[in-house]
Each structure stands twice: as structure tokens, then as C-alpha cells.
Design a protein around this ligand. Structure first.
Ligand SMILES: [Zn+2]
Length: 415
């Protein structure tokens, strides 16, 4: 085992505040909890050991900076340390860890950068607690809507504001975490893939071109609740029966679209709320949530239109009204070609099996990419499993990711 891999193995445990990665219930470090804070404290410790300057910004992001020249540009790297409930210890952590490990490698090789290198440990990336994601990178890039944020609560009724205050941050000044465009030159995030594209391709490194953002729809069927025992079959307004064909329609149409489209599209009926949801009552109202993703924005919007016209086709059949609402419609994020090409080059020159690919999940880099040329590196995770205790990435792949970052930094900060 090389000393880099044992360092990675060791610091992986430290960032996860654990003695073993093999935990039946995984890791739970929800947004703005003492568990998230404990992980940030470990990040600070490791960064300090590496001789980096550490500070926390107004939103709670922890920065570790290898500062060589105050007037020189800064290359930033980073990811997050919070998790979903019973999540894995690699989602987010892999990016923070490999960024630190790359700096360690450069320092050990006596490399002296001509630019500053910053590692950002973003606060509160997961939406698991408050339903809002990437709070830290939104704050840095000026995308945080404090008004909207102040209305959000977790399932125990704790507001974001209360949680942030308990974390030790002044809610009213979190927008002061925003930094001017000129303070960074570019940004890179490494993340586990959370899919099986790399595994299937037998590749170790993926360089991401685009991040597919979702169109999210709500479809509501309104019929009439009534007694299951006394209402004859031909006298019902069963909302569930009326809307049920939509579920298989979405699946079948998405499969069909993928037969001919250049870019893949995924569509999922992912939530259902059924009222009154009682054994002896005909469903009177059903709400479906549909999530559609593709980096081809036109493709996903056309797909949403197909669902809309299907809904109007089935509207008012058997006295059930169907209503269609668009909840979210964000453009996909295309990462800058030059960053993509540089990272591809950094990986291929190390002899790693590397592919260009897209991401089906959002990450902090999405926000950063709006302000700075940004890149996203994927490493494989076993069977594509993530947000689950079984999430796993091999030390060997974390090491390869580290070397890609170090190689990139050597080129970019070396001249
Ligand atoms: Zn993540």
C-alpha cells in the first residue's frame, strides 16, 4: 500500500468521524446539525496539518487555503460533508478528501504553486432536511433566496433559521458569504458517480460535460371519495383509477424517447399522495410527482408537454378532473469545454481509463459554474448505489481521483 492510499483511508475515517466505514445504518449528518459540524471540525484539523489557512465564512462553509501570493489568482476545489439520513460516507466526502489529498501530494513533491489553491467544504448540500439543496454554494455565488429559506422547516418543525442559529451562524448575515467573481479563477469538484456508467464502461474516471437538471411536475386527480362497500362500480369517481394509466404512460414514453434521441432522458413518477388513503374509502384525490431529466432541455420540455396533453386527454373521463402543474423547470448546466478538456487530459496522461459523460444528479459545482469555469470529475461507486449505507468507493479510485486533481493543479498552478 502506498503512503497516499493509507493516508486517504485514514482521513476518510476521520472526515466521517468514525473508526470503520462498514456501518449498518450508514452515516447521518443532516444540514446544520452537530454531526455536520463535527465533520467540518475534522476537515479543519486535516487542513491545518497540511499547513493550510482555515476559516469559516458567513454561511458556514469551511475554507482551507494554500496561500502563496495574495495578488495571485485562486483555483478552488471542493464538495460537501453533510449526508442524507442513513447515507453513505463517500457522497461529498470523496471530493473534500481528494482535494486535500492532492494538496498533500503536491506539498510532498515540493511543488510550489504560482496560484493560491483553496479547498471549500460546502455547508448543507443535501436537501434531505429542509428540502433545499446546496445552501453553501448558493450563498457563495449569490443565489441564496433568504426570504424563501426563512420559510423552510424540517420534519420536526425546526426552521432553517433556528438550525443555522444553533449551528453558530448569524442567519441575517449568511448572504455575506458571497464572493466577488475576481476572487476565483476556476472551480473543480470530484464526486462519486452515483450511477453505473463508469462501472459499465470499465472506466476509472469520468469527466462531466453537462448536469441534467429536472423538470418537476405535479399532476392532481380530483374525483370523489365514497364508501367502497356501498358505491356500485358504475357510479364511482375513483381518482386513483383515473390517474393510474399515467404511471405506465410515463415509463413507456420515456423508453420510446430513448430509442431515437441522441441524449438520454429519464422520467420517474416518484411520489404519490392518495386521499383519504383508507381501506374502506374510494380514493377521492391523488397527487403524483413526476421528475424528468436530460441534459437536452428541449427533449425534457417536450416530454413534459406529452404528459400535459395525455392529462388533458384523460381529463373529465368518468367525472375525474386532472390538473397539471409545473413545479420546477431549470435549464441543464453545461460545464465549460476548456475545463472539461483539461481534466480529460490530466486523467488520460496518467494512463487512466477515462470517459466523457453527463451527470443525472446535481452538485455544488452547478452553482459555481454560473460564476467560474468549472469542472466535475466522477469516480465509480459500487453498483451505482448512493444515499444508502451500502454506498462504497474503492480507495484505489479515490487515489486515482486525487492524482487527476494533483496533475491538473500542477499544470494550472505551475505556470
Ligand atoms: Zn453529494
Amino acid at each position: 500500500m502506498t503512503s497516499l492510499s493509507s493516508w486517504i483511508e485514514n482521513k476518510l475515517l476521520q472526515l466521517n468521524v468514525t473508526e470503520t466505514m462498514d456501518k449498518q445504518n450508514g452515516f447521518s449528518r443532516l444540514s446544520f446539525t452537530k454531526e455536520e459540524k463535527a465533520a467540518h471540525v475534522q476537515f479543519e484539523k486535516i487542513a491545518s496539518e497540511l499547513g493550510l489557512n482555515v476559516h469559516q465564512d458567513a454561511a458556514g462553509n469551511t475554507w482551507a487555503v494554500w496561500e502563496v501570493d495574495h495578488s495571485a489568482p485562486t483555483i478552488a476545489l471542493g464538495s460537501h460533508l453533510d449526508t442524507v439520513d442513513s447515507g453513505g460516507g463517500y457522497d461529498g466526502t470523496a471530493g473534500v478528501l481528494t482535494a486535500l489529498a492532492a494538496i498533500r501530494e503536491l506539498k510532498r513533491s515540493k511543488f510550489i504553486p504560482k496560484k493560491n489553491i483553496a479547498v471549500i467544504c460546502f455547508i448543507s448540500e443535501e436537501s434531505a432536511r429542509f428540502g433545499i439543496s446546496t445552501i453553501g454554494s448558493k450563498a457563495i455565488t449569490g443565489k441564496l433566496n433568504k426570504q424563501e429559506l426563512s420559510t423552510m422547516k424540517d420534519r420536526d418543525g425546526v426552521s432553517v433559521q433556528q438550525a443555522i442559529t444553533a449551528y453558530g451562524i448569524d442567519f441575517h448575515s449568511i448572504d455575506q458569504a458571497v464572493i466577488p467573481i475576481e476572487s476565483l479563477e476556476c472551480f473543480i469538484e470530484l464526486h462519486i458517480e452515483q450511477g453505473t456508467t463508469l462501472e459499465n464502461a470499465g472506466a476509472s474516471i469520468g469527466i462531466v460535460k453537462g448536469i441534467a437538471c429536472p423538470v418537476r411536475l405535479k399532476v392532481t386527480a380530483e374525483g370523489m371519495a365514497n364508501h367502497t362497500g356501498t358505491t356500485p362500480m358504475n357510479r364511482r369517481k375513483d381518482a386513483f383509477v383515473a390517474i393510474a394509466p399515467l404511471v405506465t404512460f410515463v415509463q413507456a414514453e420515456a423508453l420510446k424517447v430513448n430509442e431515437t434521441s441522441e441524449q438520454p432522458l429519464v422520467a420517474t413518477v416518484s411520489t404519490i399522495s392518495l386521499k383519504p388513503n383508507a381501506m374502506n374509502v374510494i380514493p377521492g384525490r391523488v397527487e403524483l410527482g413526476i421528475d424528468i431529466r436530460s441534459v437536452d432541455d428541449e427533449l425534457k420540455r417536450n416530454f413534459a408537454e406529452k404528459i400535459k396533453s395525455y392529462c388533458s386527454e384523460i381529463n373529465n373521463k368518468d367525472g375525474v378532473t386532472i390538473e397539471f402543474t409545473t413545479l420546477v423547470d431549470n435549464d441543464s448546466v453545461l460545464l465549460e469545454d476548456t475545463m472539461h478538456d483539461k481534466l480529460l487530459q490530466a486523467s488520460e496522461s496518467l494512463g487512466y481509463q477515462t470517459i466523457s459523460m453527463n451527470s443525472g444528479a446535481g452538485h455544488d459545482v452547478m452553482n459555481m459554474a454560473a460564476n467560474w469555469p468549472s469542472g466535475l470529475i466522477f469516480i465509480p461507486c459500487k453498483d451505482g448505489i448512493s444515499h444508502h449505507p451500502a454506498e462504497y468507493a474503492a480507495i484505489n479510485d479515490l487515489e486515482k481521483g486525487t492524482r487527476v486533481i494533483a496533475n491538473f493543479l500542477q499544470v494550472e498552478a505551475g505556470n
